[in-house]
Design a protein around this ligand. Sequence first.
Ligand code: SME
Length: 161
Amino acid sequence: MFDIAIDKDQPAAEFYADLTSSAAAIVSGEPDAIANMANVAALIWQYVPDLNWAGFYRVVDGELLLGPFQGKVACIRIAIGSGVCGTAAASGLAQRVADVDAFPGHIACDAESRSELVIPIVKNGSVIAVLDLDSPLPNRFDADDETGMVKLIGAIANSLG
Ligand code: SME
């Protein structure tokens, strides 16, 4: 069993440092990427406030395929280049969307989602998956959330594929 305690109310830099340490601890020594994605999705879901979906899409046979997540039943396959996730996968750049209704091609899996943060996961120079976070609040994610999540994913990317 993992003994995880993260203060949700501390400043963003400290919060994300703690979240990253915990993520690194739970994937440590485990080679299975799916198991690691499942636990990281659960960790984020438990500690990051105001989310209605948190999880992964993996690049499989040239498209994004639903991976481990927490939240409502979701779209299974997304073309690279489509929607927020597909744009992150195609560009290799994090996508921070304050208003999903204003994002061309946004794919609504849960009608409650208002804002979204997607982080591409790069291994050996290629995007192998994305982390997708949705919130029912408009403009939920700020630059600190993006920086923190990019660092978290960078720290554990080798354990996610
Ligand atoms: N909204 C995403 C699709 C994935 S679901 O939100 C879980 C997108 O536009 O890529």
